[in-house]
Design a protein. Structure first.
Length: 579
């Protein structure tokens, strides 16, 4: 009976809907409905139990008026107080049994919902992790945020609605059968009314799905816009662009509002059907059953039970309408999740090659840049983006002919490459947690402390309330830009890769702190390759070798003094001379 227990989350292996682990470069395309059905059937025992419990719980609700018939016809009409007490006791017991079934059904449904939600969350997170640096090139920030913030919740609510939907359908059938047993005309009234509601609801749901898709697109757009504004707020203020971006955000907000209003129309119709249909059917049943009582075709007790049966429709019809809306939302959300899961990964080599022995050089033919084993190399360029591109090629983040020793970077096992070659950006993301967790690329307290010292970040840590054990939020916005940059550098040093490629690691710190960092990092990285993209004389003067890049290609190499004396363009770059 394992399926009756809460799922163990996170799941050990959520698997991909195509039956693989989701590592294929081009995953099998998924349709939203196929993904939704796949999610709902992952735990078949749990799903079947939840549906059965719901069918018993909600299907039994219309049976309660049956006891009213017995109480009226066999108790009140005949003056038999014993029969009246027996029928009332049966009604109470049936009520308790129904309530218990509803509680159990809801419990199982929550287990089912959480399984679907966490399965989707794990699949999306795994996909994002495997995309790595390709993520921002292929998927917008707004789409990823919206999947995590709204789509997973809506998918869970869609799965959650399946259980009561089945129970409501069983309840409707039960009401129809019971009314047919009472009177054919009453049964036909109920089934005819439900059929008409279905005809009306179909086109409304189609329109709702289209408008919900548009609304979801607007949500992704405005989330993307908001994330751009937040991440670029400092730049916006520097160039006076707040008003322009505020106007853009206002325009996107108005479009989102209009899309929301368009969704509200079909939703209002569905709510009207859910509330109004049972009331109309109730009036018709009361009128027809009253005429049947007057003609002697049914008893007063049967009229009371017919009223009760129809009154019991209020909950199932209302829930069915709400269920239809939630399933439509879930279908739209599944479409967005499928779009994320369908983003192709960078193809992994069929037969990955082992990397070279320690101390091998890194070489990028596109730029001519070579990082020798064990050296401290400074890379100077007027356009630092060109250096960043070269570092990405050496780190295997973009397709290229770069080599690590004699082994093509593109042919190396990805895990080995990431372990041995690290590309560290000066503004890379800082995760929430303790400061020790933020810095600790690998286990070991001593490693963290040495990395913090090498990055000259000990004063930053000491100023925090609990030092390395201080809990911080993501990006640690309570610290200055220079303090955060030093923690990023400490994290890169703590990873202890064989080759460390740093992109302007000290651009936000003062010259005294930078001088300490240069000396300490050079000592900490003795015997390992380190390349630093910078035009700071402190780094250039300390480097074993300097590579000067112009127009994306190596223009000259040598020591800082040699290049300053022999290369006018280099001298102008690092001394800020006017040409």
């Amino acid at each position: 009976m394992r399926f009756l227990r809460a799922p163990e989350l996170p799941l050990e292996d959520p698997l991909h809907p195509d039956g693989t682990t989701g590592t294929t470069a081009s995953p099998v395309p998924l349709t939203p409905w196929k993904y939704f059905v796949w999610l709902a059937t992952r735990r078949k025992g749990l799903a079947l139990s939840a549906l059965t419990a719901s069918a018993l719980a909600l299907g039994a609700l219309p049976l309660l008026p049956y006891f009213l018939t017995g109480a009226v016809d066999h108790g009140l009409a005949r003056g038999d107080w014993g029969a009246l007490a027996a029928w009332c006791a049966g009604l109470v017991l049936a009520g308790f049994a129904t309530a218990g079934a509803i509680v159990w059904s809801h419990r199982l449904t929550v287990y089912w919902r959480m399984d679907a939600a966490y399965r989707t969350l794990q699949l999306a997170t795994r996909k994002v992790n495997r995309l790595g640096d390709d993520l921002r090139r292929k998927v917008t920030t707004g789409e990823v945020v919206s999947v995590g913030a709204t789509d997973i919740r809506r998918i869970a609510e869609g799965v959650d609605s399946l259980s009561p939907a089945v129970g409501c359908v069983v309840g409707l059938v039960a009401v129809g059968v019971l009314l047919f047993n009472t009177s054919v005309s009453l049964g036909l009234t109920i089934f005819g009314g439900v059929f008409i509601v279905g005809l009306i609801t179909g086109p409304v749901l189609t329109r709702l799905q289209k408008r919900q898709e548009t609304y979801r697109e607007r949500v992704g757009d405005i989330t993307d816009r908001a994330s751009d504004i937040v991440s670029g707020l400092r730049v916006l203020r520097g160039i006076g662009g707040e008003r322009r971006f505020s106007a853009s955000y206002r325009r996107d907000s108005e479009e989102l509002r209009e899309a929301g209003y368009k969704v509200a129309g079909p939703v209002a119709w569905l709510n009207a059907l859910g509330e109004g249909t049972p009331a109309i059917l109730l009036g018709l049943v009361v009128w027809i059953s009253g005429r049947l009582v007057a003609s002697g075709e049914i008893s007063p007790g049967q009229m009371v039970s017919a009223f009760g049966y129809t009154g019991a429709l209020l909950l199932p019809v209302h829930w069915l309408i709400g269920t239809a809306y939630r399933i439509i939302e879930a279908r739209v959300a599944c479409g967005k999740v499928c779009k994320l899961l369908g983003v192709p990964l960078r193809p992994a080599p069929d037969r990955p090659q082992a990397g070279p022995q320690a101390g091998a050089e890194l070489h990028d033919p596109d730029s001519g840049l070579t990082v020798e084993g064990g050296e401290l190399l400074a890379v100077a360029a007027a356009d630092t983006d060109r250096v960043a591109d070269a570092f990405d090629r050496l780190g295997g983040y973009t397709d290229s002919e770069a080599r690590f020793g004699e082994v093509p970077v593109a042919r190396m096992d990805r895990d080995e490459l990431r372990r041995r070659v690290l590309v560290a950006e000066h503004d890379s993301y800082l995760f929430a947690g303790t400061v020790a967790d933020v810095v600790a690329a690998r286990d070991g307290a001593a490693r963290v402390e040495k990395a913090v010292e090498a990055a000259s970040a000990a004063d930053v840590v000491e100023a925090l309330p609990e030092g390395l054990d201080t809990e911080v939020d993501n990006q640690i916005r309570t610290l200055s830009g220079g303090q955060r940059q030093r923690l990023r550098l400490a994290r890169a040093i703590a990873a202890d890769p064989e080759a460390l490629l740093l992109h302007e690691p000290t651009s936000a710190v003062d010259s005294h702190t930078e001088a300490r960092i240069v000396e300490r990092l050079a000592t900490a990285r003795t015997g390992k390759s380190t390349a630093v993209a910078t035009t700071s004389p402190l780094w250039l003067g300390r480097a074993d070798r300097v590579a000067f890049i112009r127009d994306g290609r190596i223009a000259a190499t040598g020591t800082h003094l040699e290049l300053t004396a022999q290369c006018p363009d280099y001298r102008a770059l690092v001394t800020r001379e006017e040409q």
